[in-house]
Write a protein that binds this ligand. Structure first.
Ligand SMILES: [Zn+2]
Ligand SMILES: [Zn+2]
Length: 120
């Protein structure tokens, strides 16, 4: 057994620019993921690294040093309730459209643990 942290890089997409970016999540407690880094990446490179196939289950939150979306600087992320992929989120209320699958819905849940759910 090692005590190396469980780290996953998930491919997210900017809601405004639709550009992909990688988000580094660390599992601090079982099922409790903390985003601590985000970086712009080409989709091809992400797929070569397997980032586009990575996903996290459970709740997620943000490290105080999490830099936000590299394109629009939104400080948060949400997970789409339809495709389970991740997109940037600026914390404003209202309707969101998923840049991955086109589903739109309202953000539900509390900050950092939110899913987009609703009608396609
Ligand atoms: Zn963004
Ligand atoms: Zn989606």
């Amino acid at each position: 057994m090692t005590d190396r942290p469980n780290v996953v890089v998930v491919l997210a997409r900017c809601r405004y620019s639709r550009q992909p970016f990688g988000v580094r999540f660390e599992e601090k407690l079982p099922g409790r993921w903390i985003a601590d880094w985000a970086f712009a990446i080409q989709e091809q490179a992400a797929s070569r690294e397997g980032y586009d196939r990575a996903s996290i289950e459970g709740k997620f939150g943000f490290d105080p040093d999490y830099p936000g979306c590299p394109y629009c600087f939104a400080r948060k992320l949400v997970r789409c309730g339809h495709c389970r992929r991740v997109l940037c989120y600026d914390g404003k209320e209202g309707q969101l459209t998923c840049p991955w699958c086109g589903a739109s819905g309202r953000v539900t849940g509390t900050a950092g643990q939110v899913d987009v759910s609703g009608d396609r």
